[in-house]
Design a protein around this ligand. Structure first.
Ligand SMILES: Nc1nc2c(ncn2[C@@H]2O[C@H](COP(=O)(O)OP(=O)(O)OP(=O)(O)O)[C@@H](O)[C@H]2O)c(=O)[nH]1
Ligand SMILES: [Mg+2]
Length: 385
C-alpha cells in the first residue's frame, strides 16, 4: 500500500521518532519492523521508486482515506476482540500472577502446622514482600489459624485481609490544593523508573478532572529527555517549559513557575533527571531545585513524588531510603506492575515507610496509570478475583 505510506510519511516518521524517544535504549525492541528502508544500491532504489510511482499513478483515482496512521491504529484496536482481555485490573492480576502462583504452589496442605506456615512465609518473601513484612503477616495469620483445618480459599481470603490492612492506610489519591495556583509537583526517582511517562499519564488524568496543567522539563542533561516530555506535551495538548540542554534545571523550574502563575495553571509537573554523574550530584541538584522553587512559593513543592519501578524488587526499598533522606517524599507511584514484577514490593513499602501510594503504572499508554486501591490490589496479589 505504497500510496498510503507515501501520504502518511510525515505522520509515520513522527510516530517512529516518538517511539524512539519514549523508550529507553535498554528497552528490548518491541518487534522487528518490516516497514523500513533496507540498505539498497542506488540502482535498486531507483527501480523501487519507479515501481512505486507506477503504483501511485495506477491508484490515482482511488479515494485516499482521510485517516492518519494513528486513527487507523485506534480503529483497529476498537474493532479487535477484547473479550478475553478484561480491564486494567486483570492486567494487574496478570502482572501479579507470579506472586499468586507462588502462593498456590504451597497451599496444598490442609492443616496449618509449622511447616505450612514456613512455606507460606517463604512464598511471601519470594513475592517481594520482604522478610520483615512476611514474618509479620504470618505471625498475625497463625495467631488466628494455627493448627486449624483450612482450605485454599480461606487462606487466600485471610491473607488478602491482612495485606489490605497494611495497604489501606497508604492508598491515597494525589491531593491537589484548590488554593495553590499552581500546585507544584516534583517528580523524582532513579533513571528508567518511569517519571516522564508518569507525568504524561498524570497530565491526562488531571486534565480530565478539569485542571489546567503545565509540564517543566527540568531534566536538562539529555536532549532526548526534553524531547520525550515534549511528546507527552503534544499528546495532552499541554504546554511544556524547557531550557537548553545543560541549562540549570532549577532555573527551568523557576521560569516554569513564573509562567504557570501568569497563566493561572492549576498543576505544574516538574520532571527531573534520574541519573547524574553520581548520587551526590543527583541529590544536590534536587535540593537546589527545591530551594529555588521555594523562592517562588515557600509552601512548595506541594507534592514530591518518588517514582519506583516495581520490577527492581527489594531495591525499591533502598531507593526510598536514599530519597527520603534528602527530600521530603510525600507520595509514591509504583510503575510497571503489568510486567514481570511480583507486586509484593508495594506491601513491603507500605509496611516499612507508610508513605502514601497515589497510583500504579500498569502499562506504557496514556491511560495506564490507575488509582491504588488496597482491597483489589491485595486480592489480585494472592490470586483472588
Ligand atoms: N510496562 C510498563 N512500562 C512502563 C511503565 N511506566 C514507564 N514505562 C516504560 O519504562 C521506560 C522508562 O520510563 P521513563 O518515563 O522514561 O523513565 P524516567 O524515570 O523518566 O527515566 P529517566 O528520564 O532516564 O530518568 C519507558 O520505556 C516507559 O515506556 C509502566 O507502568 N509499565
Ligand atoms: Mg525521564
Amino acid at each position: 500500500m505504497f500510496w498510503r505510506k507515501k501520504k502518511n510519511t510525515t505522520e509515520q516518521e513522527k510516530q517512529e521518532a516518538e517511539d524512539k524517544l519514549l523508550h529507553s535504549d535498554s528497552d528490548p525492541a518491541i518487534e522487528p519492523s518490516t516497514d523500513y528502508d533496507a540498505d539498497m544500491s542506488a540502482d535498486q532504489k531507483q527501480d523501487l521508486n519507479k515501481t512505486e510511482n507506477n503504483i501511485v499513478e495506477e491508484l490515482e483515482d482511488t479515494p485516499v482515506p482521510s485517516h492518519t496512521i494513528t486513527e487507523d491504529a485506534k480503529e483497529e484496536e476498537e474493532l479487535s476482540d477484547h473479550t478475553e482481555e478484561g480491564g486494567w485490573l486483570s492486567r494487574l492480576a496478570d502482572g501479579l500472577k507470579k506472586s499468586s502462583q507462588k502462593l498456590g504452589d504451597v497451599l496444598t496442605k490442609t492443616k496449618l502446622d509449622e511447616d505450612a506456615l514456613q512455606d507460606l512465609e517463604d512464598a511471601l518473601v519470594v513475592s517481594d514482600l520482604g522478610p520483615k513484612t512476611a514474618a509479620k503477616i504470618i505471625a498475625d495469620f497463625s495467631a488466628s489459624r494455627f493448627g486449624k483445618e483450612v482450605d485454599e480459599i480461606e487462606i487466600k481470603e485471610t491473607l488478602a485481609q491482612l495485606i489490605t490492612a497494611i495497604l489501606d492506610p497508604v492508598a491515597k489519591p494525589l491531593y491537589t490544593r484548590p488554593n495553590a495556583i499552581p500546585n507544584i509537583i516534583l517528580m523524582t526517582g532513579v533513571n528508567g523508573a518511569g517519571k516522564t511517562t508518569t507525568i504524561g499519564k498524570m497530565t491526562a488524568q488531571l486534565q480530565r478532572d478539569g485542571k489546567k496543567v503545565m509540564m517543566a522539563a527540568a531534566d536538562t542533561f539529555r536532549a532526548a529527555a526534553v524531547d520525550q516530555l515534549k511528546v507527552w506535551g503534544d499528546r495532552n495538548h499541554c504546554e511544556v517549559v524547557t531550557g537548553e540542554v545543560g541549562a540549570d534545571p532549577a532555573s527551568v523550574a523557576f521560569q516554569a513557575i513564573e509562567r504557570a502563575k501568569a497563566e493561572g495553571v492549576d498543576v505544574l509537573l516538574i520532571d527531573t533527571a534520574g541519573r547524574l554523574h553520581n548520587k551526590k550530584n543527583l541529590m544536590e541538584e534536587l535540593q537546589k531545585i527545591i530551594r529555588v522553587i521555594q523562592k517562588q512559593d515557600e509552601t512548595a513543592p506541594h507534592a514530591t513524588l518518588l517514582v519506583l519501578d516495581s520490577t527492581t524488587g527489594q531495591n525499591a526499598v533502598s531507593q526510598v531510603e536514599t530519597f527520603k533522606e534528602l527530600v521530603d517524599v510525600s507520595g509514591l507511584v509504583v510503575t510497571k506492575l503489568d510486567g514481570s514484577a511480583k507486586g509484593g514490593i508495594v506491601v513491603a513499602l507500605a509496611d516499612q515507610f507508610g508513605i502514601p501510594v497515589h497510583a500504579v503504572g500498569v502499562g506504557e499508554g496514556i491511560d495506564d496509570l490507575q488509582p491504588f486501591t488496597a482491597d483489589s490490589y491485595a486480592r489480585s496479589l494472592v490470586g483472588l478475583e
